[in-house]
Design a protein around this ligand. Structure first.
Ligand SMILES: Nc1ncnc2c1ncn2[C@@H]1O[C@H](COP(=O)(O)OS(=O)(=O)O)[C@@H](OP(=O)(O)O)[C@H]1O
Ligand SMILES: Nc1ncnc2c1ncn2[C@@H]1O[C@H](COP(=O)(O)OP(=O)(O)O)[C@@H](O)[C@H]1O
Length: 204
């Protein structure tokens, strides 16, 4: 990749704090990580619906969607996954600057890649949500039929089958979709956001 030269930062006259004040809530990235089929998309969709209903300005970034556009040049080897997560980290950082609550749903299987995203932003602007589910559960759900293909050798390097998934060591939130209903997981995350005062003046 070429280095960027002869460029300089240009400040705005509106700050992140001012944008947050206008929105009446803080901005943050809620980063879902977990196996394919663990429930990242499902939970983030329901969470966004609840937040939006309460007047929170949100945006959702989802692996499948982003890989159709911004990241359509990337595959699934470790370097491409790293670049995928780096770009999403940068995009979510911009959205946090813009004052939004950003919900990201990517497998993001490598701990170091997730930590790099955490380190891009200020303390408290990255909330890691581990969507925990056994590989047996995920493979039984198999919403896209990819586990079946991976087990038949028709998809190579599939996370949890023949590519690794590194679970978070100390995530801010863990939801266990083997045991919890979707609504319970959503409420757990909302409680965290309220307790930590990300949602100020909200009716949620
Ligand atoms: N080899 C391989 N491994 C894992 N997943 C695969 C693979 N090939 C395609 N898919 C589909 O791509 C979705 C994962 O994309 P992500 O961008 O979230 O992956 S990553 O974070 O870069 O690892 C993932 O979607 P989710 O099921 O929503 O997680 C799959 O549908
Ligand atoms: N408790 C639960 N939490 C989340 N999803 C669940 C749960 N129970 C069953 N599911 C189902 O599991 C599937 C999860 O798929 P998805 O949300 O696409 O996962 P991911 O985005 O992690 O690949 C969906 O079909 C969803 O309806």
């Amino acid at each position: 990749m070429a280095d960027s030269k002869n460029i300089s930062w240009h400040d705005s006259k509106v700050t992140k704090e001012q944008r947050r004040n206008l929105n009446h809530h803080k901005s943050v990235t809620v980063w879902f990580t977990g196996l394919s089929g663990s429930g990242k998309s499902t939970i983030s969709v329901e969470l966004e619906k609840e937040l939006h209903r309460s007047g929170v300005r949100t945006y959702r970034l989802d692996g499948d969607n982003i890989r159709h556009g911004l990241n359509k040049d990337l595959g699934f080897d470790p370097d491409d996954r790293k670049e995928n997560i780096r770009r999403i980290g940068e995009v979510s950082k911009l959205m946090v600057e813009a004052g939004l609550v950003v919900l990201t749903a990517f497998i993001s299987p490598y701990r170091t890649d997730r930590e790099e995203v955490r380190n891009m932003v200020e303390h408290g602007e990255f909330i890691e949500v581990f969507v925990d589910a056994s590989i047996e559960t995920c493979a039984a759900r198999d919403p896209k039929g990819l586990y079946q293909k991976a087990r038949a050798g028709k998809v190579k390097g599939f996370t949890g089958i023949d590519a690794p998934y590194e679970a978070p060591v100390n995530p801010e939130i863990t939801v266990n979709t083997d045991e919890e209903r979707i609504e319970e997981s959503v409420q757990k995350i909302i409680s965290y956001l309220k307790t930590k005062q990300y949602l100020i003046n909200e009716t949620i």
